[in-house]
Design a protein around this ligand. Structure first.
Ligand SMILES: Nc1nc2c(ncn2[C@@H]2O[C@H](COP(=O)(O)OP(=O)(O)O)[C@@H](O)[C@H]2O)c(=O)[nH]1
Ligand SMILES: [Mg+2]
Length: 141
């Protein structure tokens, strides 16, 4: 068996269930710090309930996702340990494959925030698929 034959035979187990966001649907990503209740209380001594340094780390991470990762992002903000991003309507990165968007965004945010913090921190990521501009407004509400 050649390498290409083996590659083709095994690739299906990785890709057969790939989900892509349909053209025309708006994509909004939300990233959430994993276990940030503990992270903000133990070890790093962030002020509660609002810490300016924590806010600045979240903002720098949001800015990095919006401008430094190759995605077209129209709007974004950070609140508490969450970052929300609205993709440009024509964003077509990774063929709009959800597994790539989830993993790349979570990885980029985790890497950037960890570097800024000087310790390991992780984010999860989910992408909402919104059928109309009205739903986009309601999502951000
Ligand atoms: N001390 C402090 N904690 C914050 C700040 N912003 C967000 N957090 C914490 O981040 C956590 C976010 O909550 P949540 O995502 O539900 O919990 P998680 O599952 O532990 O990440 C809360 O426990 C908040 O107290 C801040 O500015 N200062
Ligand atoms: Mg969290």
């Amino acid at each position: 068996m050649t390498f290409d034959e083996l590659d083709g035979r095994m690739r299906v187990f990785e890709t057969a269930h790939d989900l892509c966001v349909l053209p025309g649907l708006h994509m909004a990503a939300r990233l959430d710090g994993r276990g940030f209740t503990r992270l903000t209380k133990e070890g790093h001594r962030f002020e509660a309930p609002f810490d300016e340094r924590f806010r600045d780390l979240m903002l720098a991470t949001a800015e990095y996702l919006m401008t430094g990762c190759g995605f077209g992002v129209a709007y974004g903000y950070a609140q508490s340990d969450e970052i929300s991003l609205l993709f440009a309507p024509d964003e077509n990165g990774f063929g709009r494959k959800l597994r790539k968007l989830h993993s790349v965004l979570a990885g980029e945010a985790s890497a950037k925030f960890s570097l800024l913090l000087g310790a390991v921190a992780a984010f999860d990521c989910r992408v909402s698929q919104l059928p109309s501009a009205e739903q986009v407004v309601d999502h951000f509400r």
